[in-house]
Design a protein around this ligand. Sequence first.
Ligand SMILES: [Zn+2]
Length: 160
Amino acid sequence: MEVRFLADVNVVKLARLLRVLGYDAKVIPDEDDNHLIATALKEDRILLTRDTQIMRRRIVTIGRLKALLVQDDRPEQQLRQVVSALRLDYNLGRFTRCLECNEVLVERAKEDMRDLVPPYVFKTQTEFRQCPGCKRVYWRGTHWQNMNHDLEQWQAGVRP
Ligand SMILES: [Zn+2]
């Protein structure tokens, strides 16, 4: 079964990187610890946090709530830790999720994107995906290529 995450507000960038890989990584802004824990339990999500207080909670120590204490403050190192601890797949489904709101992207026909993307992008790209939530449009541009390159490097174990 595919793992799903709930990221504490102190690891929001990590959540974005997990979304790049295609993992479901939810963030609830400004929630207290109790609500965070309740949500993770209810939705069967692994809690990612840098908060050692949460890790000392009984519900975590007895193993009822799965939680991972994120060690590093650099997002790429955080991603490595999570990938290695939970044996995640770097190739699960890159760029299938909205980086902003975690929704699964929907493939869109090129002709429908004419007014939604810059003219150069429309002219040069063929594949478009859109977030059903925030309506943001994604394509395989320079940003995508750079991100992909970084992921290949991290996967190969090259230090960023
Ligand atoms: Zn979105």
